[in-house]
Design a protein around this ligand. Sequence first.
Ligand code: ADP
Ligand code: ASP
Ligand code: MG
Length: 416
Amino acid sequence: MARLVMKFGGTSVADLSRIRNVARHVKREVDAGNEVAVVVSAMAGATNQLVAWTREASPMHDAREYDAIVASGEQVTAGLLAIVLQSMGISARSWLGWQIPIRTDGAHGAARIAQIDSTILDERFAQGQVAVVAGFQGIGPDNRITTLGRGGSDTSAVALAAAVKAERCDIYTDVDGVYTTDPRVVSQARRLDRIAFEEMLELASLGAKVMQVRSVEMAMVHGVRTFVRSSFDDPDAPQNGAGGLPPGTLICGEEEIVEQQVVTGIAFTKDEAKITLRHVADKPGVAAAIFGPLAEANINVDMIIQNISEDGKFTDMTFTVTAADYDRAMQVVKEIEGMEIGAVQGSTDVVKVSVVGIGMRSHAGVAADAFRALAQKGINIQAITTSEIKVSILIDSAYTELAVRTLHSLYGLDKA
Ligand code: ADP
Ligand code: ASP
Ligand code: MG
């Protein structure tokens, strides 16, 4: 007997027939004698619709009311799954975030889980009842509903698994694991049997939305073994029988990975914007004068390049922000006082493509290979950042697929 948390994403609960299929996955684990808590997302598209209505009602809406509205999608699927499980003869009860309670900080719209009380869940496990928990939500210090940011049900699930000390957290989604890159973009992508927490964290934060970034952080901190698998397979197929695991990807500690590649995967994000300040004075204090006001406006700057100035007097400064912050960032830099700026130029037609792998720590030349391969395809590199286990490259968004495919082949990631 084991304690399991099973999480089902939006496409997995998109309608009643899929919810019935999900219930069969749950039944299988219950019948095998496991203690099970389930976390569900809203039906596919439901959260987008709720967000759209909120924005339409007022673009400057109150963040607490945004949360009250967008959290409602998960309430529906939690109730429906509990009913379907009951109709199959399984004891089940739905729970909203505040009923557990899942306590968060007060950052409405992007709240962080602070603490989960496992008392109720422990009681229900002891009674042999399945707890169906609405993902994506909690309760803030102001006693109001909070949400955890888009894709946040992954984080609900991993946090719950840590709180109840589950043996594993199973993330059921619409792909059968974590791939070397988004399989919807590159048909040659290969499923990874295992991936280290640290690599998954980089891939997720660099654009691979298969897991929300915070869920991976949480899994890493608490050592929650997390298994990504498909919800669309037949719940009773032999591969799902006792013992082994079906096709999928285990996200685990580095020490559990036997064969380590230099590059594990390629991620990309279109959620980028580039701003260039032309002809700014090249003297001490200029970077502080530009990035200070941006930080004060809560705008995160990612890549930064300062050109060398030919005359020692003026230079160009380029940096990137998220596309969502672009308009505000443009406004902030245009309002910087007491600084001579020749011109401010910006573009949102950029994409950041990243190469990730723990093996890069001990391997030189990974970045140089990427630059050469992209040059051969005529793709111009606009900015670069590196860390110990990643290289990120900013390019024109028109070349996204070509760049991802080129790098994917370059590092031998294509499936056989
Ligand atoms: P869910 O609704 O189940 O949470 P998401 O849409 O959030 O599912 O995440 C699954 C999607 O993530 C897949 O459909 C896939 O297109 C995308 N994805 C991006 N990068 C990867 C990757 N490296 N491996 C697998 N899926 C990826
Ligand atoms: N329903 C929420 C969203 O669409 C949370 C989730 O699916 O994880 O962002
Ligand atoms: Mg998701």
